[in-house]
Design a protein around this ligand. Structure first.
Ligand code: UDP
Length: 343
C-alpha cells in the first residue's frame, strides 16, 4: 500500500495494538486509534508517539458496541483498512463471564463489520488466537488442523472467524486476513513500550516472570510438571510482539487486490517449556527466579506450537527475534517501568 494510507486500529492502546501502531507509523501509515481503555491506558499511546516521533492522527475513546460513536469515527476519517485487536483476552475470566466475552468479542466484531460495510471499507486484519485449536493432538499446528475451542474466549474468536468467512462468501469485495497468534511476549527494544497487565497479579507467564525477577512477586508457580512434554511443563510458541506487529504491517500489504478470507498462524515454530523459559529469563536478566511446581491450571493444554510455513510461503516473511531478545526486551521494560505507564 502506498504511503498516507489510513489504518483504523481498534484496541490500539493495548499490548499488541500499541506495538503495531509504532510499526505502522514508522512505515508511513497514518493511524486512527479506537480504544475504550478497559484494559489499557492512554500512557501507551504517549509512548507510541514518542518512539515513532509522531502521534496517531486521532484517538477516539469509545466502546465498539457504541454504534453511533463508531459510525462517527468512519464519518470523520477516510479509513483504508482496519486492524481489529479490541477484545477481551483472559481465558480464566472468560469461563466466569461468558456473556461479556461473547458480547464484546463477537458483538464488537459485528458492530465493526457493520460500520465498515456502511462506509465502504473492505479491508480487515483480524486478531485470532491459537487457543481455537484447543486440545491439539499434534504439534506443530497448521491452519488446516481442526478447531476445538475449550473456553468462551477461544470460542468467541472461533465464532468471529466463522462470521468473517461467511460474510466474505457473500460480499466478494471484502478482503480479510485472520492471524492466529501463538504466545506474544517481549517489548519494544527502546524499553518505552511493553505489556502492562491490569491488576496486581498477571495471568500470563512472561509478565509474571518479570515481576518475580524484579522482586515484586515472591515466586513463580509452574502449573504442572506431568504433561507429556520434554520436561513435563507446558510448551508454548512464544513470539516477539515486534514480530507480531511487523506481521500486521506485512498483512496490510497483502490485503490489497485480494478478496475473500485467508487464515495464517503467527508463531515461530519453536516450542519452549515453562522451565526453559525460566532459564532463558534468568540468563537474560542476570537474576535468579524462584519457582515451585504446583498443580495444573484448569483449561491448560500440554503444547501449542505453530507451523509457520504457510505465512512464509504466502508473504516471503518470517519472524526474526529469538527467545533471548524476547526476555531481554521484557526485562528492559520491567526495569525502566516498574509500575507500568505513569497515570
Ligand atoms: N504458566 C505457569 N505459571 C504461570 C502462568 C502460566 O506455569 O503463572 C504456564 C501455563 O500453564 C502455560 C504457559 O505457562 O503452560 C503459558 O501460559 P500463559 O498464561 O502465558 O499463556 P497461554 O498459553 O495460557 O495463553
Amino acid at each position: 500500500m502506498p504511503g498516507r494510507t489510513t489504518v483504523l486500529v481498534t484496541g490500539g492502546a493495548g499490548f499488541i495494538g500499541s506495538h503495531t501502531c509504532v510499526e505502522l507509523l514508522d512505515h508511513g501509515y497514518d493511524v486512527v486509534v479506537v480504544d475504550d481503555y478497559s484494559n489499557s491506558s492512554p500512557g501507551a499511546l504517549e509512548r507510541v508517539a514518542k518512539i515513532a516521533a509522531r502521534p496517531p492522527v486521532a484517538v477516539h475513546e469509545i466502546d465498539l458496541l457504541d454504534r453511533r460513536a463508531l459510525s462517527r469515527v468512519f464519518d470523520e476519517h477516510h479509513i483504508d483498512a482496519v486492524i481489529h485487536f479490541a477484545a477481551k483476552k483472559a481465558v480464566g475470566e472468560s469461563v466466569e463471564l461468558p456473556v461479556e466475552y461473547y458480547d464484546t468479542n463477537v458483538g464488537g466484531t459485528t458492530a465493526l463489520l457493520r460500520a465498515m460495510h456502511d462506509h465502504g471499507v473492505h479491508r480487515l486484519v483480524f486478531s485470532s488466537s491459537c487457543s481455537i485449536y484447543g486440545n491439539a493432538t499434534k504439534v506443530p499446528l497448521t491452519e488446516e488442523d481442526p478447531a476445538g475451542p475449550t473456553n468462551p474466549y477461544a470460542t468467541s474468536k472461533w465464532l468471529c472467524e466463522q462470521v468473517l468467512a461467511d460474510t466474505c462468501r457473500h460480499l466478494p469485495r471484502l478482503s480479510v486476513l485472520v492471524l492466529r497468534y501463538f504466545n506474544p511476549v517481549g517489548a519494544h527494544p527502546s524499553g518505552l513500550l511493553g505489556e502492562v497487565p491490569r491488576g496486581a497479579v498477571p495471568n500470563n507467564v512472561m509478565p509474571y516472570l518479570a515481576r518475580v525477577a524484579a522482586g515484586r512477586l515472591p515466586k513463580l508457580s509452574v502449573f504442572g510438571d506431568d504433561y507429556p512434554t520434554t520436561d513435563g511443563t507446558g510448551v508454548r510458541d512464544y513470539i516477539h510482539v515486534m514480530d507480531v506487529a511487523e506481521g500486521h504491517r506485512v498483512a496490510l500489504e497483502h490485503l490489497v487486490g485480494e478478496n475473500g478470507m485467508r487464515v495464517f498462524n503467527l508463531g515461530t515454530g519453536q516450542g519452549t517449556s515453562v522451565l526453559e523459559l525460566v532459564a532463558a529469563f534468568q540468563r537474560a536478566s542476570g537474576t535468579s527466579i524462584p519457582y515451585e511446581i504446583t498443580g495444573r491450571r484448569p483449561g491448560d493444554v500440554p503444547a501449542l506450537v505453530a507451523d509457520p510455513s504457510a505465512v512464509a510461503r504466502a508473504w516471503n516473511w518470517t519472524t526474526t527475534r529469538d527467545l533471548t531478545a524476547m526476555c531481554e526486551d521484557v526485562w528492559r521494560f520491567q526495569e525502566l517501568n516498574p509500575s507500568g505507564y505513569p497515570n
